[in-house]
Design a protein around this ligand. Structure first.
Ligand code: ADP
Length: 450
């Protein structure tokens, strides 16, 4: 993924987030408005229910008093009067459910259903009062009912029922309007907060991803820089022996070759420089092979540590002898580690070769292979040579870093030996540690996991 891709991704994400945020805000505005309107309608209906109840008590008492007077008494008249005064439908129902009078259907009263099954009537007969909200079977509209059981002085029991038509939309329109701006505001605040939370939740991982990508790009850039620097260094390092070879060859051609002792010395130099050239090329190839991962190290192949080290020592014995350095090897147990034997030997060869190169006549080099207490194999190479200053220890694993360039060159070094060691150790998952004191000697230890 490139930076440009990320940018367009970010843009489309931003659009989508904006869209979602608007939707979230709209939904919460709708929910908040809905909840507050529903609350208002409910409050209104409760208030009305209480009002209906109060009026039915009043009406009940009035008819009881009127009956007591023994005067002419008509339920119709009361129904009519109270309807006229309150606007509520008034119904009187007998205990058997017969409708005695109804303010809304005076003439058709004989056709009205028996009301014994009406919830509010049943409730009133059982407990004294009752209420209900439902669709009226008589008129096909929603009504709020409040009923009261009233005992008259002559022992007759009637149910006084008051009802009002309920048009929720009308109530909401009339009483809920004032709440709309407030609920919109509440909706915007809650919706906005939710949208911000949602946005955070989405953008945090994207930011994290961007950060990782930026790091990756930086890493790649660095790796590219290191690579091109390496190429420059290699070219430079190759040029030196080549210049020297062609220089001596030309001199020989120019007549210097006539003198045998000069010719022999020049040819020796040419041969040494050619060796160095070959070593440089070899080391460069090894590094590039390991770096390009062309060598997938077989993890399950067993390496017999003692035998591998013995073979490396054998190879380097002639060099040690010519430098008058004595090699010692101590390995108490048979140890096996998993990995590529060739690479293991290469690592040890480089360390041992350095130990010999940077020692000096009459010195000792000790190779020790032992079992670590944490189930690992530890191989260390200790010398009594020139040692390394503290500030250089950190740098010696860099490619072409040499503490003393001419000494390294004289000793046939390429400046790549420890860089290869570091790479191979990484392949093995091994840790390297160096202890060194100038003038006293150095110890390189590698801890291999088993
Ligand atoms: P070179 O081919 O120069 O030996 P290396 O990468 O093997 O390159 O080592 C880098 C540098 O580290 C050497 O040039 C040398 O200065 C220092 N060095 C490595 N091993 C030792 C050692 N055993 N004793 C002292 N110096 C060492």
């Amino acid at each position: 993924m490139t930076e440009k891709n990320i940018k367009s991704l970010r843009k489309s994400m931003r659009l989508r987030i904006l869209l979602y945020s608007v939707v979230i805000v709209l939904i919460s505005v709708a929910v908040s408005a809905g909840v507050s309107v529903a609350t208002i309608v409910n409050d209104y209906l409760n208030e009305k229910k209480k009002e209906l109840g109060d009026i039915s008590v009043l009406l009940g008492e009035e008819i009881a008093i009127e009956r007591e007077g023994g005067l002419y008494f008509s339920f119709d008249e009361y129904a009519e009067r109270y309807y006229a005064a309150t606007g509520f439908r008034v119904t009187f129902i007998g205990t058997n459910g017969e409708v005695l009078a109804d303010s809304r259907s005076r003439e058709n009263i004989v056709y009205m259903d028996n009301h014994a099954d009406r919830v509010e009537v049943q409730e009133a007969l059982e407990t004294g009062t009752g209420s209900a909200q439902r669709r009226s079977e008589s008129f096909g509209r929603d009504y709020l009912y409040s009923a009261l059981k009233q005992e008259l002085p002559d022992g007759e029991v009637v149910v006084v029922r008051l009802a009002m038509e309920v048009d929720k939309n009308k109530i909401a329109a009339e009483h809920g309007r004032a709440m709309v701006p407030v609920s919109v505001l509440i909706g915007i605040v809650i919706g906005g907060a939710l949208a911000i939370m949602y946005m955070r939740q989405i953008t945090t991982p994207i930011r994290e991803l961007e950060k990782q990508l930026a790091e990756m790009i930086e890493k790649t850039r660095k790796a590219e820089n290191i690579r091109s620097e390496f190429v420059t260094n290699v070219t430079h390092e190759l040029k030196t022996p080549l210049t020297s070879i062609s220089g001596f060859a030309e001199t020989l051609q120019g007549g210097a070759g006539d003198r045998p002792e000069v010719r022999a010395r020049f040819l020796e130099i040419i041969s040494l420089e050619a060796d160095r050239l070959a070593r440089l090329i070899d080391d460069t190839l090894i590094i590039s092979d390991i770096e390009n991962g062309r060598e997938q190290m077989p993890k399950d192949a067993d390496i017999d540590v003692r035998q591998a080290i013995d073979e490396v020592i054998e190879t380097l014995k002639p060099m040690a002898e010519s430098e008058a350095v004595t090699l010692h090897f101590d390995c108490q147990y048979n140890m096996i580690i998993g990995g590529d034997e060739g690479r293991f030997k290469q690592l040890l060869y480089n360390l041992l070769e350095n130990a010999i190169k940077y020692s000096g006549e009459g010195k000792n080099v000790f190779v020790v292979a032992e079992k670590g207490n944490d189930d690992c194999v530890r191989v260390s190479v200790r010398d009594e040579g020139i040692g390394i200053a503290e500030e250089d220890v950190e740098r010696i694993f860099e490619r072409f870093y040499r503490v003393d360039k001419s000494r390294s060159r004289d000793a046939g070094g390429t400046g790549l030996g420890l860089a290869i060691v570091k790479h191979i150790a990484k392949l093995f998952g091994a840790a390297i540690s160096v202890e060194s004191e100038p003038g006293v000697g150095s110890t390189f230890s590698i801890r291999f996991p088993v």
